[in-house]
Design a protein around this ligand. Sequence first.
Ligand SMILES: Cc1ncc(COP(=O)(O)O)c(C=O)c1O
Length: 490
Amino acid sequence: TLELPNKESNQTPANVRHRKHRRGGRSSQGHGSGRCSGRESLDKALASFLNWQQSAEERAEAPSPSVYLSKRGNSIRQHQGTLQEGFVQYAANKYHVTDNPEGIINLGTSENKLCYDLLHARLTRPDMLYVEPSLLQYSDWTGRTFLREEVAKFLTHYCGSPKTLNADNVVVMNGCGSLFSCVAAVICDPKDAILIPTPFYGVITDDVDLYSDVKLFHVHLDCEVTIKDYRAFHLTVEKLEEGLTKAKQEVAVILMNPHNPLAEIYTPEEMIAFLEFAKRNDLHAIVDELYMLTVFDESVTFHSVLSLDSLPDPLRTHVMWGLSKDFAMSGIRAGTLYTENRELVEALAQLGCFHGIPGTVQHQVAQLLQDRAWIDNEFLPENRRRLKAAHSFLTGELRSMGIPFLDRPAALFVWADLREYLQESSFQEELNLWRCFLRHNVLLSCGQAFSCSTPGWFRIVFADQHLHLGGLSQHLYLLFILCKLYLFSV
Ligand SMILES: Cc1ncc(COP(=O)(O)O)c(C=O)c1O
């Protein structure tokens, strides 16, 4: 079965009947009555489910091997992430409030679309438009000195480093995806593996594998809360140790703080314990702090590992940060790595020529990072205020629909538990539900794209314009109702 409502092809809105929920869950009635646009739109939406002509699997079929490509080229070409079909459809049919109001709303890509006005105002100030000969010439492939110096100052301040960070320890590339790829290429050999707790931001699998044939070894975190595991998806040193005993050829561990997709913020004590685990086992620790300033509850403080008085294993600890999330600029392509390991910096410099950022963009990034008045007085407070409002809007909607989720005041998304809407606990059913949303023009990300061990979890990005979310409220509500109706149908 592919599309949820097509399971029984003779089903029509009129003959949808209720059946017992497989987990004896709630009835579909009584949720926010009056908010759905009524029986008519429900019928319309359900009928459009039934008109779904082409199977999504057909559309997602991988291309046949090309005679023009090597085996590696073919495997790269054929490689399709689980959710690729959604992004292909989205690219062809993007929502736009006036030009394409029926288009697909993208709540699947982790982007902050709340602050374009602030960024536009800052990026069009005269200091941004600057050209001098050196910016148009080849340069240091780890990033221009003026930019690495600004990054070092920026990280010293915003990570709360007790010592001044050194610009020579900074590498700048076109995004953290490139940094993952390059770091994996120089600390691992082909077929080596990197330990990573799941669920995790799944694109890292491709980042380390496509060029370098480095694999990730998953340490599965469980969603169930027990006496021992008082937090869902609780990461502990014991679990990392256990993962390591099962794994072979591990050379590194990836830690994310704040976490994608859980939005979890780990305490300094937890991070020290993870770093000590890495040290005990001679593992590099790649610490991804891409969302470090995207924490929007004043009562919660994020602590960077760079704020520690000393790192357990400084030569094997490498900290990533970039502009994609905290500065809502994923299109600028700027990622940074801080490492005290000079040999690693030298090796990365060799690969940097494939991953450089244009000189003029490096100038803009440096201007932005040094403008503390704008960052502290304009951008960060307003960005946090908008993120908080968007987060409470989405979580309010989820609460009113009775959908459980991890309530964390960080990152750009909410990790929501839609297990109740699966006909059975399987990843195929999870994909069916994901396709059901897509069919109705809402693109989400489902747990299997993050290697989540339990089917039914979805990541929902909330950092979209209020207008979208306003329209979305009814949209999502209708979809959840449809999913419920389907579950209850005979
Ligand atoms: C945790 C995490 N790391 C790395 C990346 C890649 O970021 P960049 O845009 O800098 O390549 C992302 C993007 O979503 C992310 O969420």
